[in-house]
Ligand binder design. Sequence first.
Ligand code: ADP
Ligand code: MG
Length: 402
Amino acid sequence: MRNKFSFAERSLISKLYLFIYFQEDRFAFLTEWYDPTSALLRRYQLFYYPRDGSVEMFDVKNQRIFLRRTRYDDIHQEDLFIGNRVNVFSRQLHLIDYGDQYTANKLGSKKERTLALIKPDVVTKIGDILELIYSSNLIVTKAKMTKLTWSQAADFYAEHQGKPFFNNLVQFMSSGPVVAMELMGDEAMSIWRGLLGTSDPAVARREAPQSVRAQFGTDGIKNVGHGSDSPAAAARETEFFFPSTIGHGPSNTAVFTDCTCCIIKPHAISEGLAGKILNSISAAGFEISALQMFNMDRVNAEEFYEVYNGIVTEYPNMVTELCSGPCMALEIHGTDAPKTFREFCGPADPEIARHLRPTTLRALYGKDKVKNAVHCTDLPEDGVLEVGGTWTPYIATTPIMC
Ligand code: ADP
Ligand code: MG
């Protein structure tokens, strides 16, 4: 049989194949890095090549290559979204915009953000709810436990003003702590509302027995959670809890007495372990009296770990880990919490913990001495100090809050 393509055509086709095959994906981002020595924000273009996981940086002001293309295993495609902070060779880069249309189209098209609010009836179930969120391929980019005043709750639910249930709803929403979260992922809004199920838990139990409202809801008012219902609502509601410009939004619930500080480290957050860790903490009988996600920068991480400087050989790597992505700070409340919670965290080295104390947090969720799942306060008298010392400056400094 005669070949239907001429020699010239076949050669063109094979060239096209080769071209497509070797066309490598390259994602570009505009990033900012805070240079602590000069106290300046420096801008770099960051390029990421998914084929071999390499990165390259270009200094925008000086118009020259800053970092030649180099393999870098600590960055993954999932980390590349606007607003996130990634660590490239100890520099924490804030991804502020896409660097080209190709990247915006390829990575930005379906990424959606939504506000998820856990209502006061189920704040103690936060671990279970986070588990559901992570298993639906959503990630938590911001989180804060807060207690709304009556007028804040009325403001949040302004669209329902005048409806017969409005007063009861506002009363309930200001009756105890809530946890506000920004979720991100493909179709985040509809996925989260799907996880919640219909507003009325009785109906949800009939129609979607696996939904959160079916499992944990009581009635129309005590119905577990809220989810934004449109992009405009998501923007307004996220801004309500996590303002991007003025102020810090409703304050967190830290009480600073009879407490200790626990930080779920960035590696555990990015591995989606936060839900499991919170569940273990609650199951062991500890009360989580405050919760907030932060992005620590290098200077703050160095200061936070200062007592280990020169004492623990892992100090530089501990600092790098702590500022490698968002972490979750918890205030653990209870008499003798610094001592009992520290015991519950287990030995700093997860390998040792797995041998000696296999039910501790580090035995269960740690990988090695640096990526050991959680930091907890060392000395009892540091508990209040650390919670105060770690949180107060971050609450006062919006740019480093996520
Ligand atoms: P959703 O939270 O599912 O978006 P809506 O926006 O309609 O639902 O209502 C906001 C909240 O007001 C609901 O989550 C529920 O707590 C409360 N609510 C709505 N309708 C009623 C009702 N008919 N009776 C009691 N509470 C209601
Ligand atoms: Mg609604």
